[in-house]
Ligand binder design. Structure first.
Ligand code: BGC
Length: 353
């Protein structure tokens, strides 16, 4: 079968190659892939900055944001069921053993399409049923957005747990740094939670401003208004989610949040950039304001399930919003060219058929 592949560590190696059919083990589910989303991590892998091929292989099938349909009855799933797969596969650590491989202790986890195990941008894949999430038909067209949403679902769940460190925390205002899919989906989650949200990105994109207005989220561009000035429009910022892919912005974000607030960092920055920082100011803010800073990566099954509920709720409240995030559809034959980051797009997906 055909698949979108890379040679990890070699920049520009993305290509559609013929790879072996998936091996369907006992109890495994064969999934016919419908579409796969491409993201910043795929672009990093394509630049040779990140990613690992399976043991003994040079080539990695890329793609971790999946949507497909069960090819034949298996694992309690019937033929045709729309499904999304999670990404991370456990090692034997105590967290992984209890289904929390997103909090792996030993670091021996593998990630489909990223680290040591082939991904989903192929005509078919086989998977254990416990790593597949059936989604309702009502959200089938947008379910490819479930994985990028699951990152915020996890971050928000963790903030909820950590903020029980105090008696009362009632967040009202949020800034999301980054207007890519993770940022926009983070804004959506926070809007569903009733927060007043502003999405900030570097250059002003009127289309995005209009799109975010549909869910009642504000928008600002740092080319026009510096990040701190955006924050100063509110009396206090309670939550900042950073999703720009740039570590320097992540550190800037640490200054924005007010008393007892939380900063969620989501960018996977595989390059080796350095930056100068106003370290005293940042540290002072974190300490004097009891700021919670947490990194979040990957997600567990609870987050995927919450994500399914949130996608369904968002479709009901703001019909068409999620679909509008998919701005480019390419065929598998053209997928290698779509791997590099294109700032004019929100979500690029590869359509298998
Ligand atoms: C994926 C995560 C993954 C992370 C690190 C992200 O793009 O969404 O699931 O854990 O990359 O590899």
């Amino acid at each position: 079968m055909r698949a979108l592949t890379v040679v990890p560590g070699r920049a520009g190696s993305g290509a559609v190659r013929v790879v072996p059919e998936p091996v369907v083990g006992d109890g495994d589910v064969l999934v016919d892939v419908v579409r796969v989303g491409l993201c910043g991590t795929d672009a990093e892998i394509e630049r040779g900055e990140y990613g690992l091929a399976p043991d003994g292989a040079d080539v990695l099938v890329i793609g971790h944001e999946s949507f497909g349909r069960v090819a034949r009855d298996a694992g309690g799933l019937t033929t045709g069921t729309p499904v999304v797969a999670s990404i991370r596969r456990p090692d034997g650590c105590p967290n992984c053993r209890s289904g929390e491989q997103d909090m792996c202790l030993w670091g021996g986890y593998r990630e489909r399409g990223i680290k040591g195990i082939d991904g989903f941008c192929a005509e078919r894949f086989a998977e254990r049923p416990e790593f597949l999430f059936a989604v309702p038909e009502t959200i089938a067209d947008v379910a490819v957005l479930l994985e990028p949403l699951s990152i915020t679902e996890k971050g928000w769940r963790h903030v909820g747990v950590a903020q029980r460190r105090m008696t009362v925390w009632e967040p009202r205002t949020a800034i999301v740094a980054g207007g890519g899919p993770v940022g926009i989906l983070a804004a959506l989650k926070l809007r569903l939670q009733g927060l007043d949200v502003t999405v900030v990105e570097r250059t002003h994109k009127p289309v995005k401003e209009a799109l975010l207005a549909r869910i009642g989220a504000g928008y600002a561009a740092t080319s026009v208004t510096p990040l701190e000035a955006v924050a100063a429009r509110s009396e206090r910022i309670d939550v900042v989610i950073e999703a720009t892919g740039t570590s320097a912005v992540a550190f800037e974000c640490l200054r924005l949040v007010g008393a007892n607030g939380a900063v969620i960092l989501t960018s996977v920055t595989g390059a080796k950039r350095s930056t100068l920082l106003p370290a005293d100011l940042i540290n002072q803010n974190l300490v004097l304001d009891n700021v919670l800073v947490l990194g979040t990566v990957n997600a567990k099954s609870d987050d995927f399930r919450q994500g399914i509920a949130d996608l369904a709720e968002a479709e009901g409240r703001w019909p068409g919003f999620l679909g509008a995030l998919i701005t480019r559809r390419v065929s598998l034959a053209d997928a290698a060219r779509a791997l590099s980051h294109d700032p004019s797009q929100i979500k690029t997906v590869v359509e298998m058929t």
